[in-house]
Design a protein around this ligand. Structure first.
Ligand SMILES: NC(=O)c1ccc[n+]([C@@H]2O[C@H](COP(=O)([O-])OP(=O)(O)OC[C@H]3O[C@@H](n4cnc5c(N)ncnc54)[C@H](OP(=O)(O)O)[C@@H]3O)[C@@H](O)[C@H]2O)c1
Length: 258
């Protein structure tokens, strides 16, 4: 039996994950839903963990809640799978510092396909000429999404910057262009964030050259791919030594595919 504590279980993603786990044999899920994480949640966790009945904590909540939960997981030697997004660079450093004694799978996108797409984009960004091919990223989400740009889009930009040897801070541009801007700088990675209604989560990268362009789009019609990835990640992370991992580590994908 795999025992999973789910933080953010009352939220959109957390509740979908709970519903998904209900149908999986050999898995028991404990929801942690209160906002803010109240002491009784930790007491409940202590009790379950104390009986040896907790293998991993899966988190789809908010950066503040994740940091509190991480303290608990590190102290109690429990592996974590973190799907929460919207961390600042400082929060990510703090998270790695807190969680150094345990294995952690951290991914702003738990879809295996999206992770594969990151690899494909990285290869394309590297191989296509850096001085003639412009790169733009477009992400779409439902109207209730709190953070922009999405954590997934930021990873896409980070991958492109790394593969092109550009500084992310200097090349990243967010959202709409307005006014007489002149020619687009070559060393620019622009992200456009679209929010509305119940739009499916969709990420597109556009490689725009002269007379041709290439687009790679990943879209999610349901939250199931994220649940599947989080469960697969849970089974994997509990067998790893302490350290911070991502889904590409789990998938064992080589750095260059062609
Ligand atoms: N990695 C992935 O594949 C993936 C996929 C989907 C979503 N996400 C991310 O997962 C997170 C949650 O997304 P969502 O759409 O489910 O959001 P949501 O519907 O707003 O749910 C957030 C959940 O976190 C809880 N929460 C928020 N702040 C908290 C705090 N300080 N202490 C304790 N609990 C707190 C909320 O509890 P209350 O209801 O009590 O406020 C709620 O249960 C976001 O960061 C989102 O980007 C990641």
């Amino acid at each position: 039996m795999l025992h999973i504590a789910v933080a953010g279980a009352s939220g959109r993603m957390g509740s979908a994950f709970m519903d998904f786990l209900e149908k999986i044999e050999g898995v028991e899920a404990l929801p942690i839903a209160a906002h803010p994480v109240a002491d009784e949640n930790f007491t409940q966790l202590e009790a379950v963990a104390g009986r040896g009945g907790l293998d991993v904590v899966v988190d789809f909540s908010s950066p503040d809640a994740t940091l509190r939960l991480a303290e608990w997981a590190a102290t109690n030697q429990k592996p974590m799978v973190i799907g929460t997004t919207g961390f600042t660079a400082e929060q990510l450093d703090k998270l790695a510092e807190i969680l150094y004694p345990v294995p952690v799978l951290l991914s702003p996108n738990m879809s295996l396909m999206m992770n594969l797409a990151w690899r494909m984009m990285g290869n394309a960004a590297k191989v296509l000429p850096h001085d003639t091919i412009d790169i733009e990223i477009v992400e779409k989400h439902h109207r209730n999404k709190r953070n922009a740009p999405s954590g997934t889009a930021l990873i896409m930009a980070q991958i492109v910057a790394e593969k092109r040897g550009w500084s992310l801070a200097e090349s990243l541009r967010h959202n709409s262009r307005w006014g007489l801007l002149g020619e687009r700088p070559r060393k620019e990675i622009a992200i456009s964030s679209i929010r509305g209604g119940s739009l499916n989560s969709e990420h597109t990268i556009i490689f725009a050259g002269s007379g041709e362009s290439l687009e790679v789009t990943h879209s999610c019609q349901t939250l199931e791919p994220f649940s599947k990835g989080a469960l697969r990640g849970s089974r994997w992370i509990i067998r790893q030594p302490s350290g911070v991992y991502d889904l590409l580590d789990m998938m064992g994908l080589p750095e260059v595919l062609f």
